[in-house]
Design a protein around this ligand. Sequence first.
Ligand SMILES: Cc1cc2nc3c(=O)[nH]c(=O)nc-3n(C[C@H](O)[C@H](O)[C@H](O)COP(=O)(O)OP(=O)(O)OC[C@H]3O[C@@H](n4cnc5c(N)ncnc54)[C@H](O)[C@@H]3O)c2cc1C
Length: 285
Amino acid sequence: MNGVPLVQKIWIGPFTSFGYGYFDEIPAAYVLKYLDFQTCMNFVKVNLWTWKNGTQYIWEQLNDHLKNPARLNSTIEKVERRDGKVYVTVNGEVEEYDKIIVTAPLYVPNKRADGQVGMVDYFDAREDEKELFSKIDYERYDVQAFLTDPDKHPEISYYVFDNMVPGKLGHLMVYYRRWKDKIDQVITTYALRKHKDSEEIPYEECRQMVQDDLKIMGNPAKEIINEWSVYYFPHVFTDDYAAGWYDKVEAMQGKYDTFYAGEVMSFGDMDETAEYSRELVERFF
Ligand SMILES: Cc1cc2nc3c(=O)[nH]c(=O)nc-3n(C[C@H](O)[C@H](O)[C@H](O)COP(=O)(O)OP(=O)(O)OC[C@H]3O[C@@H](n4cnc5c(N)ncnc54)[C@H](O)[C@@H]3O)c2cc1C
């Protein structure tokens, strides 16, 4: 597995295999937002770690300390903005607000099995919102969690660099073994199945490709216990980025008593998303 030069491995390892797409389709600005010097060096030095209780736990703890905690299990079905007010239909009831900050997906280009839609589908979206947000695409990033015989998994997680190129779309890129000192554990795999310039590989086909890769590598799955095709890393492509997509959306902040945040406004990870939200609130509120 030595086909990819070292200098490229430093970049594609933490980028493509983490589901952020291929270097010939993704604007370089996204790569640089995410892979700042410190993040890059952490990967080079394998200075990687995970949260003991998972990341969900961080947000649950944060929520417990908020003056106005998030209301859970509340689906926003409709939003109308008129006469300087925002009318939000949530769980069947209409509520009135002065402003709204959208952190849910702005646009979902095709029907998804999980029913996730974009804000343009349930807001009284204006023409400029529809026009700009329709440029957003996302990564089809598939995760499988499986069990294998303890003697069948390698000692550490591994990257398959040769599979991080568009020609190997749909193949396993990462095999993740979370705890290095524990043999009996769930293993997760990650694969991308869409590139801007080629046909999307159907979910089932990609799933099977990953299973076959596992067999070839001598780590076959005994039982798949969870699987997920994620709405992942919403982004725009190079032409739209270069044509000022971000400048135009930033100029629309507050225009319809609406502010746009969430990962698409910065980058598809927690660090950048939280940082952007904080900056947005400091700027406008
Ligand atoms: C498998 C996977 C692994 C990842 N690994 C990492 C990692 O290791 N490190 C890292 O930093 N980032 C990681 N990420 C990325 C990170 O999770 C996202 O970048 C981040 O969660 C984006 O935050 P957000 O608030 O924009 O969107 P989300 O966290 O997706 O929040 C949006 C929320 O809006 C809700 N919503 C949508 N529509 C409606 C509606 N109509 N009404 C009410 N609610 C609605 C959704 O249910 C969701 O809770 C990973 C993501 C995935 C999927």
